[in-house]
Design a protein around this ligand. Structure first.
Ligand code: NCD
Length: 313
């Protein structure tokens, strides 16, 4: 039963519960018009203390497409945070008005802390610093299910900023709960996968390299990522590392014909625009799956998934 639950990290849900969300997302994709009023009368709050395009808009689009409404801010300077109000007081207040809240914050662990104090409204973590990004993981898994049939037995290359990339941390930990997945961590040594993530994995389930060329031909999935400029202490270090990997047409020649390229977006330079035309490039499809999976998640957490008007076949 997902009604009323928080989602602060993918591990909050069992694999069966994740499947429930994906099955609902599939039904919404097939019969979107049946869900037009599912969240009628419900209100979602989006509380964004860090910039976002896809995550905030996809949540807002998801809620509006379910017939619900949205309040919120995308600039904390426009909220009472600017007057010194604590985050928990802000969210406590929002819980008097809204049926669910989506929170993005630059500090690791924030969503978890807030969720512990709020009992009457689901809190969804939309990214806490370099820590976790569970709804991007739902997006990524729904994409993999649709494009490759299942989330099991894949060779998954994750490339770029493995140190600060929260989407990568959440995804790797979750794919590791499915069976038979192997990981190839591709990064410069300065941005390698943190020990606390590797600690979740069996030693023979991953390899580490700094060469994308050496491994691209082995992968079922290549998950590219942006170097996370905002989490660097030194701008010089960022500039030195930001273009370490650029996936282009030439590199794609060495990938398998059935490999897929994913990226949570925004991209900076790490995928050349020429790759967008390659049928293996799935990152914009991924953004669309993200909206559908958020429609499913919101429906489940607000308990409205059965408010469906089945159209005549
Ligand atoms: C990601 C994020 O915010 O962590 N973006 C997103 O939510 N789609 C990735 C990033 O910013 O690089």
């Amino acid at each position: 039963m997902l009604k009323g639950r928080h989602l602060t990290e993918p591990g909050d849900f069992t694999l069966e519960e994740l499947d429930e969300v994906f099955d609902l997302a599939d039904d919404i994709i097939e019969h979107e018009e049946d869900y037009l009023d599912a969240a009628h009368g419900k209100l979602l709050a989006t509380l964004f203390y860090e910039p976002s395009t896809r995550t905030r808009f996809s949540f807002e689009a998801a809620m509006l497409r379910l017939g619900g409404q949205v309040i919120g801010f995308s600039d904390p300077k426009a909220s009472s945070a600017a007057k010194g109000e604590s985050l928990t007081d802000t969210v406590r207040t929002v819980s008097c008005y809204a049926d669910a809240a989506v929170l993005r914050h630059p500090r690791e662990g924030t969503a978890h802390l807030v969720a512990k104090t709020i009992t009457d409204m689901p809190i969804i973590n939309a990214g806490d610093g370099g820590h976790e990004h569970p709804t991007q993981t739902l997006t990524d898994l729904l994409t993999i299910r649709h494009e490759l049939g299942s989330c099991d037995n894949k060779v998954v290359g994750v490339c770029g900023d493995l140190l600060f990339g929260r989407t990568i941390h959440s995804l790797v930990k979750t794919l590791n709960r499915y069976s038979g997945n192997k990981f190839v961590f591709i990064s410069p040594k300065e941005l390698c996968m943190p020990e606390h993530i590797k600690a979740h994995l069996a030693p023979d389930s991953y390899v580490e390299t700094d060469s994308l060329d050496d491994v691209i031909g082995d992968l079922d999935i290549l998950y590219m990522s942006r170097v996370q400029r905002e989490r660097f202490v030194s701008e010089e270090e960022y500039i030195r590392l930001k273009d370490y990997y650029i996936l282009d047409h030439n590199k794609m020649k060495h990938a398998r014909p059935d490999m897929i390229v994913m990226h949570p977006l925004p991209r900076v330079n790490e995928i050349a625009v020429e790759v967008d035309k390659d049928p293996r490039a799935k990152y914009f499809d991924q953004a669309k799956y993200g909206m559908y999976v958020r429609m499913a998640l919101l429906s489940k957490l607000m308990g409205v998934e059965n408010n469906v008007k089945r159209s005549e076949a």
